[in-house]
Design a protein around this ligand. Structure first.
Ligand code: SF4
Length: 371
């Protein structure tokens, strides 16, 4: 990862309603709350550390950032431009949900420099969307996608989920086929995780979920169909057409510096990890103080290097790992590496240690052995 550049993340915590599986920091809001939040965000940006490095990725995540008004986006971009040197070819992503954008808003975003949109579809089957508590149908997603493309933004990610209630291997196959036919530049496919504190967690005994075998089949299907359609499987849950890997997310996985703004946003900056508060009122009152700030020690850095690096198809460099952290993985973990390699889960050489597609699926087990 090029340390001479910087990434910016802006968290917009507003959603039309809460999805039944979601434990992200997001909630329904009023116009007044969104306005107060924008003011707090502007203040945080304008007081953030000065940095002469070029910003080559900006990511508006959430929540549903597309719920912010054009005026709010315009003020946020002005503040970012005042504070940072944004590279001319920066990747600028806005997450959006179907039904939350108009052609006017998309044109305004495009004029401000937004060149990538990440759309939450999850499934092309309306009964599955409804079970997830999503606000949209597949048809509404198609309408919103047409608006995005008509605005001139061509770099589009579509988020999918598998192992969700009422889904079958066949219905997931249909979703994959429909999305591939739309030819977006990037597709993410995440398996559902039942998180504590969500409605799904409370109802977990009665949810009609696919079996573990079906879930594994769905993962294999995604690898096969997306690979066959020319998408490179470059991270456990992410697939991209050539040249369309998400620069911002690669920064997270490869240990690059980024500053996070907004409620619950995290930063990795000059060797420190910082986290903002998740308390909305506390953030509005004081958007400038971090809830936690921690200098990483070498052991924590080594663990992160391995955990994040092995998420991607680029893997890690055992030589760099030895030079930075003084541990020789190829010697220390020789037996485990040879066993995993025999089962086709990873490939290991002096140059690179990488998980295979099969290995991605079992990455937690493999990491437990290697850490
Ligand atoms: S749209 Fe996304 S952030 Fe909002 S509630 Fe649903 S899953 Fe959570």
């Amino acid at each position: 990862m090029n340390k001479d550049t910087l990434g910016l993340y802006l968290h917009i915590p507003f959603c039309v309603q809460k999805c039944r599986y979601c434990d992200f920091c997001s909630f329904a809001s009023s116009e007044a709350q969104r306005e107060a939040y924008t003011e707090a965000l502007l203040s945080e940006i304008l007081h953030a550390p000065e940095d002469m490095r070029e910003v080559n990725s900006i990511f508006f995540g959430g929540g549903t950032p597309s719920l912010l008004s054009e005026n709010a986006f315009s003020r946020i971009f002005s503040a970012l431009q005042k504070r940072y040197k944004i590279s001319r070819d920066a990747e600028i992503t806005v997450e959006m949900n179907p039904g939350t954008v108009t052609g006017e808003k998309l044109s305004a975003l495009q004029s401000l420099g937004v060149n990538r949109v990440s759309m939450g579809l999850q499934s092309s089957h309306n009964e599955e969307l409804s079970a997830l508590g999503r606000i949209h149908t597949y048809e509404q997603f198609l309408d919103s996608l047409s608006l995005v493309l008509a605005s001139g933004i061509e770099n589009v990610n579509i988020d999918l989920m598998y192992a969700i209630p009422h889904q079958s291997v066949q219905s997931f196959k249909e979703t994959l086929a429909r999305v591939i036919a739309l030819a977006p530049s990037h597709i993410s496919a995440y398996s559902l995780i039942i998180e504590e504190g969500t409605p799904f967690f409370r109802e977990r005994e009665s949810l009609s979920l696919p079996s573990e075998e079906e879930e594994a089949e769905m993962y294999a299907l995604a690898c096969e169909m997306l690979g066959g359609a020319g998408y490179r499987h470059y991270e456990i849950s992410n697939y991209a057409k050539e040249g369309c890997l998400c620069r911002h997310n690669l920064r997270y996985w490869q240990g690059g510096d980024y500053l996070g703004f907004g409620l619950a946003a995290h930063s990795l900056y000059r060797g420190e990890r910082m986290a903002n508060t998740e308390d909305f009122l506390a953030y509005l009152k004081d958007p400038l103080s971090y809830e936690s700030r921690e200098k990483r020690d070498s052991a924590a850095e080594a663990e992160e290097y391995l955990m994040l690096g092995l998420r991607t198809s680029f893997g890690i460099s055992p030589t760099e790992y030895r030079a930075r952290f003084g541990r020789d993985l190829l010697v220390e973990k020789k037996e485990a590496l040879s066993l995993f390699s025999k089962h086709g889960l990873l490939s290991a050489s002096e140059e690179r240690l990488c998980l295979t597609q099969k290995g991605f699926y079992l990455s937690n087990t493999i990491l437990c052995e290697l850490l």
